[in-house]
Write a protein that binds this ligand. Structure first.
Ligand code: FES
Length: 484
């Protein structure tokens, strides 16, 4: 691999799943490394294809910075992160709640740096930097990282749903087309990714390996998306764990990991599952069925009393009965009324789950989101049930995160934002009159023959910062004023 040799331009290596490593002569950054042998989500999900051979390359895991995009356990490998050497800084995006940071701290991760959206974090004294681009809606806490090193730009998109305007803003930040966009192009994301790539025309696209696979035989039916991604409308590098690309300003050079010679997607899974049987058995052994008299029902009730106090706004919108069909010696069928009193109503959602996995949530070992992603829970619902706020409440289970969603839902259409260009500032309509893009994030100010214009990056409409009129499309004007 030659990981420690001097390189010309950054060397980008796939570390498996949605992980990558960027190395220059002066910088080493790991993004979303996931290598723990036990996988994640209660032994349910594992990187695909198997990246365990990379554990034998210790140099690959040395870095000054580790960027972790979300608290999802296939991005936040707590066993790996808690074993980092002193002095390695862990960068995370700033989200509306402290849950992500708290989970890292509780796991023993020491040096955590939170980066606000679009804030440039210097990575060394040579001008290399990184920023975080969280998804626009706070309903999901996922983010991309944009890194510029040795003058080369890398957008580590992972599974964040970046909008077109955010991607265009990233191009504005780096002053031109992105050199490398690393993207999750697996189904069902493929079509959206293809549209994005066609619109922003990066120099190179890197598709991650994956998606994650299920190696527990009890979950094998969820492996239907394991196939090679389709064709994208630009030069695309399909990177398997250990593959690298060296990117110079005008050239690139792919270095394939010989480990994958003769690799076939279709033949990998059975042997991989056998190799993890021990780890999966250990997960089951560590989560025994709570015996009769364990107090599971009482803890369950207390848990939902606490959740029910977090957000009246969410409760009002959930307004349904949810049934938990809990199997095990101390299980039962328990209905929870969330929102208005529906105690006599039939449940709209039914969650069927083994008591052992529910106990992991009630004890705080995992969160509801982790349990959903584990697929160790069966979800059924009536045809007309809308679970948006139910899943929001359970996934976040945090007052600050829920408040952020409420604030986002209640955005004031007359709100304004102050944007500046050089030493001039303009107070303008915050949400684009065309289709609601948040101009606080999705706009740039540019020179035009008509004077300064505000360009909404969602669909490239230009608005005069003198008159507010839209200059290149039929669209309502924005308001423009000098801030007081
Ligand atoms: S939302 Fe379409 S141009 Fe602004």
């Amino acid at each position: 691999m030659g990981q420690d040799e001097p390189v010309l331009g950054p060397l980008i290596s796939s570390t498996g799943h949605m992980g990558l490593r960027l190395q220059t002569q002066n910088l080493r950054v790991l993004c979303d490394p996931w290598v723990s042998p036990g996988g994640a989500y209660l032994g349910a999900r594992f990187p695909f294809p198997d990246n365990s051979h990379l554990r034998l390359m210790p140099g690959l895991w040395h870095a000054e910075w580790v960027a972790v995009s979300s608290a999802h356990l296939d991005h936040m490998d707590l066993a790996f992160l808690s074993a980092l050497s002193d002095g390695v800084r862990v960068v995370i995006p700033e989200y509306p709640s402290s849950v992500f940071r708290d989970r890292l701290s509780e796991a023993g991760v020491k040096d955590i740096v939170e980066v606000a959206a679009w804030e440039r974090l210097p990575l060394n004294d040579r001008g290399d930097w990184l920023t975080a681009i969280p998804e626009q809606s706070p309903a999901e806490h996922r983010a991309a990282f944009l890194i510029v090193a040795d003058g080369v730009s890398v957008l580590h998109g992972n599974d964040a749903r970046l909008s077109l305007s955010q991607t265009r803003r990233a191009m504005v930040e780096v002053g031109g087309p992105l050199d490398l966009m690393a993207l999750d192009a697996s189904e069902p994301r493929f079509k959206a990714v293809k549209r994005l790539v066609r619109s922003v025309k990066p120099r190179l696209v890197m598709t991650y390996s994956g998606p994650a696979c299920f190696l527990d035989p009890a979950l094998a039916q969820h492996n239907q998306h394991l196939c090679e991604p389709g064709e994208l409308p630009t030069e695309t590098l399909r990177m398997l764990p250990g593959d690298s690309v060296r990117i110079a300003p005008t050239t690139h050079d792919v270095i394939r990991d010989p480990h994958w010679e003769g690799f076939a997607y279709s033949e990998h899974l059975d042997a991989y599952a056998s190799s993890r049987a021990q780890e999966i058995a250990e997960v089951w052994a560590a989560h025994p069925d709570p015996g009769a008299g364990s107090g599971l029902a009482k803890r369950f009730k207390e848990h939902f009393v606490r959740l029910g106090r977090l957000s009246p706004y969410f409760l009002e919108r959930i307004s349904m009965t949810v049934r938990f069909d809990v199997s095990g010696a101390d299980g039962g069928v328990w209905d929870v009324d969330l929102g208005a009193s529906h105690s006599q109503q039939a449940p709209q959602y039914t969650f069927s789950v083994e008591a052992r996995w529910l106990e992991a949530v009630l004890s705080g070992e995992i969160r509801w989101d982790d349990l959903f992603l584990s697929r160790r829970l069966l979800i059924e619902h009536t045809p007309d049930a809308d679970g948006t706020y139910l899943f929001g409440l359970l996934k976040h289970a945090d007052a600050d995160a829920l408040q952020a969603v409420e604030d986002y839902d209640k955005r004031d259409p007359n709100a304004t934002v102050t944007l500046s260009a050089g030493d001039r500032a303009f107070e303008v309509t915050r949400y684009c009159p065309h289709s609601g893009e948040d101009l606080a994030e999705g706009a740039v100010i540019d020179e035009a023959p008509e004077g300064l214009v505000l360009r909404c990056l969602a669909h490239n409409f230009d608005f005069s910062l003198t008159t507010g009129l839209c200059l290149n499309a039929r669209c309502e004007p924005i308001s423009v004023a000098a801030p007081v």
